[in-house]
Design a protein around this ligand. Sequence first.
Ligand code: FAD
Ligand code: NAG
Ligand code: NAG
Ligand code: NAG
Ligand code: NAG
Length: 435
Amino acid sequence: MAEPKDGDLPRKLNFVIVGGSLGGLAAGIALKALGHHTTILERNPTALLHDQGAGIVAGGDALEFLERYNRCKRPISVSSHRRQYLDRSGKVVHTVDMIQNMSSWDLTYHIFRANYDGTPSPYCDAPHLDASHGSATHLHNRTVTSLEETPTGVLVHWKSTTDPSVTGSLLADRVIGADGPSSTIRSLFVPNLERTYAGYCTLRGTVPESEATPETLSAFAHRFTFYHGPGIQILAYLIPGINGTVEPGQRLINFVYYTNFPANSPELDEILTDVHGTRRRITIPPGMVSPQAWEKQKVIAKENLPPQFAELVCKATKPFVQAVTDVISPEHEFMNGKVVLIGDALAGFRPHTVASTSQAAFDAMIYADHVQGKVSREEWKRETMGFAGFIQQRGVEMGNRSQHMVLGLEEYIADRDQASKPRRDEVYPEWAIKI
Ligand SMILES: Cc1cc2nc3c(=O)[nH]c(=O)nc-3n(C[C@H](O)[C@H](O)[C@H](O)COP(=O)(O)OP(=O)(O)OC[C@H]3O[C@@H](n4cnc5c(N)ncnc54)[C@H](O)[C@@H]3O)c2cc1C
Ligand SMILES: *[C@@H]1O[C@H](CO)[C@@H](O)[C@H](O)[C@H]1NC(C)=O
Ligand SMILES: *[C@@H]1O[C@H](CO)[C@@H](O)[C@H](O)[C@H]1NC(C)=O
Ligand SMILES: *[C@@H]1O[C@H](CO)[C@@H](O)[C@H](O)[C@H]1NC(C)=O
Ligand SMILES: *[C@@H]1O[C@H](CO)[C@@H](O)[C@H](O)[C@H]1NC(C)=O
């Protein structure tokens, strides 16, 4: 057989990916598998992102991504066999049999890193290098500040995160903005788009299953459990434990507790003011929540929640707080397709949708298919913007209903049925005609 000549091969492109969380890593993994060269610029000052120790529901597209690309051989999730709803007294009042797989952010991150640039960790060994893959370079401590179109590509300018006097730039054929819901790349093209506060926060945390009382553990082991009250929603499920272990006895119970704090209220200021007295805009990371503010939340939890959930809130040692926000970019490509937004940079969903990781994985896969020529530009645009727009709006509706209206249990169940469908095309068959 004749060797292919250079000119016969499709040109290998240089991709610069801004942001090295799940979205940026997913794009890097998918593009290097096509033989393209990839460089991730991540602003975090250290080589690995810090885990928030919280759970993620492994949705259809995240699982499809792992099936396509994951070369680490290890369990990736803990299964829940049933969704169930408790009443205020803690009694199970409704169940739905359904298998859903739950993972943790840190396990997913380390699996993605191992697959991207071969970073080994206690979570998983690095898979063997595949000679057909393009290069995978991960650079931390680089905050991207601006882009500049040149005749040969796009110059990506960065500065050192810890020493802004140190700057540099990279020339890219294409730039992927995977820099999260407060995206710098998006702001360069859509400068006046704001993240808006939805009127409530999530209080999140984990409790080792070994530290829960037997009654509480039985409410959450292999169960995806919910409670709804006026202005309150709390849910919990088991996730992998330290170093990603899925061994019974060593896993974590993960909870997400939605509770209302009116905009501009003293209560909101209190919960978003960290242990050092700094009022944060959106997130207080684990270990930084003010102990006084948290003590107050424990009292409120004991007054308002079923006992199993109140126990989780009281036993969480490193809770964290996130204000729920809305943001969606009107466009996902700029500079005639040389700059593309994916994941939370394109659309930051409310957590009710449990779709943020799926969106990042989906956007990365379909973009790689488009680069490969398997998906047309029109189809790529329709699917990507359809996913973003439809789920973003659905998250707003679900959140408004559960936090700001008093509904019957049936209505909450119906909302959750929609969000729990395993595959995107079962949930939103009407996408193609919606946009
Ligand atoms: C450290 C961390 C922990 C998380 N933990 C959880 C969790 O436990 N559970 C959960 O459901 N979700 C978690 N998330 C959010 C989750 O990753 C996203 O909702 C989803 O997976 C989509 O990811 P993304 O890559 O699009 O955005 P993000 O995860 O928000 O990542 C954006 C990345 O871009 C980087 N970045 C931002 N601006 C710049 C810039 N100018 N230059 C260079 N880099 C930049 C950020 O440092 C960040 O790493 C976490 C995110 C982070 C960053
Ligand atoms: C980040 O980069 C600056 C400039 O190169 C360097 O001085 C600093 O030590 C780096 N920080 C870390 C944590 O690596
Ligand atoms: C969940 O995980 C189990 C075992 O790991 C697997 O067999 C199953 O297909 C997964 N189910 C879904 C819906 O992802
Ligand atoms: C997790 O991995 C680290 C690094 O290998 C190790 O030091 C630690 O003991 C592990 N922890 C547990 C609970 O397995
Ligand atoms: C959600 O609530 C906000 C604020 O109350 C309101 O402005 C918005 O129109 C609502 N959206 C939907 C889709 O119900």
